[in-house]
Design a protein around this ligand. Structure first.
Ligand code: URA
Length: 190
C-alpha cells in the first residue's frame, strides 16, 4: 500500500505487472487536482495518451473538456481523471479482464488517497468494473448509484458520442445531473 501520491506515482510508472508494459511509451497515471471531490474514470490510454502520458488528450478528450467546461469543471482545477488501465492496449482494443485485474490496485489506491465524493465512469468498461458488472450503459447512464459512501454515475464514453453525435444531448444531460449533485454534496468543487 502506498501512503502518498509520490510513492504511488513512482511505483506505478515502474509497473511491469502485465504485458501492456512491453508496448507502452508512457504510463498514464492520471491528471488533475489530487484533493478533488470528483473523479472521472475512463477505460485506458489511446495512442495520444500513450505518447503524451496524460488521459483524454485526443479527440474524445477535447469533447470531454468541452462538456466539462460547460459545467465549470476543469482538469487542471477541480477534478481528477484516471483510467482503469494505465497503459495503452495495442490497437486500442478493450483491456483484457486479467489486465484490468492486475491494474486495478493502482486505481484503488488513487481513490483511497483522494477520497472523492463522486465518481463518474466514462463508458461501459469503467462502469462495468466500478459500478456493477451487468450495467447497461445505454439505459443506465445518468443514474446515481451509491457504493461505499461514494456517489457514482456512468456516462456515455465521449468516443461513443463522437461516433454518433445524435447522442450529444443525452450525454450533456448527464453533465447537468453531475452539476446538480456537486451543488448538493460537494463543498469546494465550485
Ligand atoms: N479513452 C479512455 O477511456 N481513456 C483515455 O485516457 C483516452 C481515451
Amino acid at each position: 500500500m502506498y501512503n502518498t501520491w509520490e510513492e504511488l506515482t513512482q511505483a506505478c510508472q515502474e509497473c511491469h505487472k502485465c504485458g501492456l508494459c512491453e508496448t507502452r511509451h508512457n504510463v498514464v497515471v492520471g491528471v488533475g487536482s489530487k484533493d478533488a471531490e470528483v473523479m472521472f474514470i475512463g477505460e485506458g490510454p489511446g495512442e495520444n495518451e500513450d505518447l503524451q502520458g496524460e488521459p483524454f488528450v485526443g479527440r474524445a478528450g477535447k469533447l470531454l473538456d468541452k462538456m466539462l467546461t460547460a459545467v465549470d469543471l476543469d482538469r487542471s482545477k477541480n477534478i481528477y481523471i484516471a483510467n482503469i488501465v494505465k497503459c495503452r492496449p495495442p490497437q486500442n482494443r478493450d483491456p483484457k479482464p486479467e489486465e484490468q485485474q492486475m491494474c486495478i490496485d493502482w486505481l484503488r489506491t488513487q481513490v483511497k488517497l483522494m477520497r472523492p465524493k463522486i465518481i463518474v465512469c466514462l463508458g461501459r468498461i469503467a462502469a462495468g468494473r466500478i459500478i456493477k458488472s451487468d450495467i447497461k450503459i445505454t439505459r443506465e447512464h445518468g443514474q446515481w448509484f451509491e457504493k461505499g459512501g461514494i456517489q457514482m454515475m456512468a456516462m456515455l464514453h465521449p468516443a461513443a458520442v463522437l461516433r454518433d453525435p445524435r447522442k450529444k444531448p443525452e450525454a450533456f444531460d448527464d453533465f447537468l445531473k453531475l452539476r446538480d449533485k456537486i451543488n448538493e454534496i460537494c463543498d469546494h468543487t465550485y
